[in-house]
Ligand binder design. Structure first.
Ligand SMILES: Nc1ncnc2c1ncn2[C@@H]1O[C@H](COP(=O)(O)OP(=O)(O)OP(=O)(O)O)[C@@H](O)[C@H]1O
Ligand SMILES: [Mg+2]
Length: 251
């Protein structure tokens, strides 16, 4: 990072971006394992971070969408924890954009009590700087969602959204942008949003996501680069067909 960029980042962090630290109790309750000291499950996210960073660096990718076939597979859980793990690496900053306008939950994971979110930006004139929040972890900034909408695909494909994403991706060097998106099989949001991200991380739920759902999801992703697949809700075991296995049962 150059001095100017460092200055730009500190100014956004300390002057405009609200900083709200999440308490350990909230982290435990919401399975924000990466934020807890010595949580045994955090190692899985460190491993995932290493694998993801390798993919990003080798391919010069900076933006990653976290996707899943259906609801409740753990997209937001993975996004929130992976973002902290990535931000712990000192040489980059991380921005999490809650682009799941149908069920925005990123703020909940970080225990953030927010008044406005991405939808307000898209529908009114709220400046984006007023929406950014630092959830108490160095180098991590969140653009939360607040209200829900059923017309989310229309909004995500607005020129205003396109301009925002470009700005967020390009404003700082060494920044990774993670997008939390609605399930692939329940709307065309991810499909319409695809031009905005470099690669996808597919989260599938152990014992729930069927091979057919995974196939259909891969078909929707089409030519999109796949940074990896996370088999979520496994306890300990890593299913060999998949790149990563996450078991965080008792967190
Ligand atoms: N590895 C895990 N171990 C235990 N519980 C988990 C794990 N991953 C997610 N969960 C729990 O499963 C539920 C669904 O997770 P999450 O909210 O991340 O799903 P989602 O894919 O974002 O769903 P939606 O599409 O509805 O937004 C949450 O209660 C979460 O705490
Ligand atoms: Mg979610």
């Amino acid at each position: 990072m150059t001095k100017t960029q460092q200055h730009a980042f500190s100014s956004i962090k300390y002057t405009r971006t609200r900083s709200v630290a999440v308490s350990p109790d909230v982290m435990r309750e919401r399975r924000l394992v990466m934020g807890l000291r010595n949580d045994p499950h955090a190692d899985v996210f460190r491993l995932l971070r290493t694998q993801v960073l390798k993919q990003l660096r080798e391919n010069n990718w900076t933006s990653l969408a976290v996707v899943a076939p259906t609801a409740e597979c753990g997209k937001t859980f993975v996004t929130a924890n992976l973002a902290i793990a990535l931000a712990m690496e000192v040489n980059q900053t991380v921005l999490v954009v809650d682009a799941d306008l149908r069920n925005p939950q990123v703020a909940w994971y970080y225990g953030l009590d927010i008044e406005k979110g991405l939808l307000d930006y898209l529908q009114t004139d709220v400046p984006v700087e007023d929406l950014l929040v630092n959830p108490g972890f160095e180098r991590l900034v969140v653009l939360p969602g607040k209200h829900t909408t059923s017309v989310s695909s229309e909004l995500l494909s607005l020129p205003k959204m396109t301009a925002l994403v470009e700005e967020l991706k390009n404003r700082y060097q060494s920044r990774i942008v993670l997008f939390d998106l609605p399930p692939l099989l329940s709307s065309d949001d991810a499909l319409l949003f695809m031009p905005h991200f470099d690669a996808a991380l597919l989260v599938v739920e152990n014992g729930k996501s069927s091979p057919e759902e995974v196939q259909r999801s891969l078909a929707i992703l089409g030519e999109t680069n796949l940074a990896g697949t996370v088999l979520n809700k496994v306890n300990g075991a890593v299913f060999p067909r998949y790149r990563y296995g996450l078991g965080v049962k008792n967190a």
